[in-house]
Design a binder for this molecule. Structure first.
Ligand SMILES: [Zn+2]
Ligand SMILES: [Zn+2]
Length: 670
């Protein structure tokens, strides 16, 4: 083996490959080709861009080509390079894609744009207005803990568990002020772009212009500008969605992850990293505190708090002592009308008379078919995996989407002997809209769903009109469930609480409970108290009963016990291997082959393999999708098994036209 003592650079190229590339550094570029710099390199006769990850003195690649040009000084700090490397390693992801995610616009145009800088800096340095806010006693305690942690400048993960409207944002603000006093910056992550601008507005009131927004909906120019300002320390606070976890901040002192339970933090395509978990890791690398805030913390974070890994800070009351909304459960088994029950119609009518507003929420997550008894609410579930079985028509059978257990499709309910009905995931908003027009013709209704939000400006327009009082009822899907703050809304109607409950996902109950709490939190935020009406066929289900009684710890205890029995997180670690392609037969064949290989290879590592099974969304954008579920008590053997499976898939000929990806710590296992 020839080892040459020369100078080499390991370069990340934007390619879907889990490896870096070695290039020789010519003497003339020796000083410039530093880690973090963008460079131009030859690749199979072409010229491509990449980022230098590290410099090494020797290489086994005696034939390594030379890099051609250095395009920019280091764009990523040694810390951010370390973080991207950790993400690539932990999530078994291509390093080039992680590096691209850490740069605005994937790094395109960044080298050129650096010449024109500074022009806008003055424009954003407006003065902040002082604001007097009286803190509740619980808020005061929380603020003290966060401030102390910021001053201590050591890794301190904190779970800020506060009911809706308890003033969590104020706690974040005070922490950020303390970070600024120390000359440092704060990074605030929010799950959705729509929430980012609200949070930015709150921070600007206190910090003036030294608050920047970073998310993928911004124009490339603006994103690049904010990114540059952040990198030069010209911003005190950066607010952004998932990918802002890589924001370049020279003296980061505090990280906040708002709504930490939100699945939106997990990228669900391509590069599957979890923004919250990367944030915790980043805080640990830097030795700074990280605050995870939520009204409905994930069971993973609660378990971390219970084990003493996270500090548990609670805000048990709403600010200004406003009462929590009252909850009424409407048992649809006793109602004739499944869309709008009598109690819900009466409650809306009462708001019309008083000139108050109502939110009607229809969950439309996923599109699966399952059986449910309309008389007693029973649904068939997998005996091993504890998830709802999905109805398949050809051949007619119930199937588990984790382990592929199959059962005959029942026609009678085994519990009460009544006939079983096919339930699809909820009615459409348009049907509800027609039903409202028929039964409550006086109500002025606005609708906000996926159809409407296809036009980017439309959702903001609908919300604006609703807040001006141009409608009595806002009927919507996911996007109205959280974050909205309308003081005149005193009624929240949940049209079908069972939709998310029967998704074939082990987190279905937790997600249902979280969504109910979040959507209920929209009621009674002004002076008048709020009321929540929940329509369901299973009022006795733990998630719904706990929501109705407000007994959160009871729900969490029961859900944790079930997770322990069925071996799900937080008691085990999970990974999925996703197999997809355009040819159905080929995908199934590949999934079976991958399953056999992975099962054999994983057994000695103590990793259990379930499946392969078709995914709940068995076909998406023309691609057929199967998955394998890997379970292990520890993360390391799990990732080893998944990595080995990916390597085998890369080499295997059987898997030719089929794509195989890993999802470590998957958040939606559907
Ligand atoms: Zn029944
Ligand atoms: Zn199963």
């Amino acid at each position: 083996m020839v080892r040459r003592t020369m100078s080499y650079a390991l370069v990340a190229l934007s390619l879907p490959l889990r490896q870096s590339f070695t290039y020789r550094v010519p003497e003339a570029l020796e000083a410039e080709a530093r880690p973090g710099a963008m460079v131009e390199v030859p690749l199979r006769g072409r010229s491509v861009r990449g980022v230098v990850l590290a410099r090494v003195r020797s290489s086994e690649r005696a034939d390594a080509q030379a890099l051609t040009r250095v395009l920019s000084p280091p764009l990523l700090s040694p810390h951010l390079l370390e973080l991207t490397r950790w993400v690539a390693d932990y999530y078994l992801a291509p390093i080039g894609e992680v590096v691209a995610a850490a740069l605005p616009g994937g790094g395109k145009g960044l080298a050129a744009s650096r010449a024109r800088r500074g022009a806008r800096e003055d424009a954003v340095l407006r003065m902040a207005l002082p604001e007097r806010v009286t803190l509740s006693p619980a808020q005061r305690d929380a603020v003290r803990e966060v401030e102390q942690a910021v001053r201590a400048a050591a890794f301190a993960p904190m779970l800020l568990h506060g009911v809706t409207a308890s003033g969590k944002t104020e706690v974040y603000l005070r922490g950020a002020l303390t970070a600024r006093e120390a000359g440092g910056q704060t990074l605030v992550l929010v799950p959705e772009v729509a929430l980012a601008s609200q949070v930015v507005a709150r921070f600007r009131q206190r910090f003036g212009g030294r608050v920047g927004l970073l998310h993928s909906y911004l124009g490339v120019g603006e994103r690049r500008r904010n990114w540059e300002l952040a990198r030069r320390g010209a911003l005190d606070v950066v607010v952004g969605a998932r990918s802002a976890v890589f924001a370049p901040l020279p003296d980061l002192r505090l990280i906040v992850v708002d709504e930490e339970h939100e699945p939106a933090y997990k990228q669900s395509e391509q590069l599957r990293y979890h923004g919250r978990d990367v944030a915790v890791r980043r805080a640990q690398m830097l030795g700074v505190p990280v605050v995870l805030g939520s009204a409905t913390p994930s069971l993973e974070s609660l378990a971390n708090a219970a084990r003493g890994r996270y500090r548990h800070i609670q805000l048990p009351e709403r600010i200004d002592r406003r009462p929590m909304p009252s909850v009424q459960v409407v048992d649809l088994r006793r109602e004739d009308a499944a869309l709008l029950s009598r109690p819900l119609r009466a409650a809306i009518a009462a708001r019309l008379e008083r000139g108050e507003q109502s939110l009607l929420w229809l969950n439309r997550r996923g599109h699966t078919h399952h059986l449910q008894c309309h008389a007693c609410g029973w649904s068939p579930a997998c005996p091993d995996c504890d998830i709802t079985l999905t109805l398949h028509v050809d051949p007619l059978a119930l199937r588990c989407h984790y382990c592929d257990h199959r059962a005959p499709a029942h026609s009678r309910c085994p519990q009460c002997e009544a006939g079983l009905q096919l339930r699809q995931s909820g009615a459409g908003t348009q049907r509800v809209e027609r039903e409202l027009a028929r039964t409550l013709p006086a109500a002025r209704v606005l609708r906000l769903d996926a159809d409407i939000s296809r036009d980017r400006a439309a959702p903001a327009d609908v919300l604006e009109r609703f807040s001006r009082g141009e409608a009595d009822v806002l009927l919507g899907t996911q996007m109205i469930a959280k974050g909205l703050d309308f003081p005149d809304v005193t009624l929240v109607g949940v049209l079908d609480a069972d939709v998310a409950l029967h998704l074939p996902d082990f987190r279905a109950a937790e997600r249902t409970w979280q969504l109910l709490v979040q959507v209920a939190g929209r009621a009674g935020r002004g002076r008048a108290p709020g009321e929540v009406l929940v329509q369901t066929c299973t009022p006795e289900h733990a998630a719904i009963a706990a929501f109705a009684s407000g007994d959160t710890p009871a729900f969490q205890r029961q859900e944790l016990a079930e997770r322990r029995d069925a071996e799900y997180p937080p008691f085990v670690r999970l990974a999925t291997l996703l197999v997809s392609g355009t040819d159905a037969a080929l995908v199934e064949q590949a999934a079976v082959a991958l399953g056999e290989h992975t099962r054999a290879a994983a057994a000695p590592l103590g990793v259990r393999v379930l499946g392969p099974a078709p995914q709940a969304l068995a076909r998406l954008r023309g691609r057929h999708r199967w998955h394998l579920l890997l379970k292990a008590p520890q993360a390391r053997p799990l990732r080893e098994a998944a990595a080995a499976a990916l390597e085998w898939a890369d080499r295997s000929r059987t898997l030719g036209r089929v794509r195989v990806m890993a999802d470590i710590d998957p958040i939606e296992v559907l």
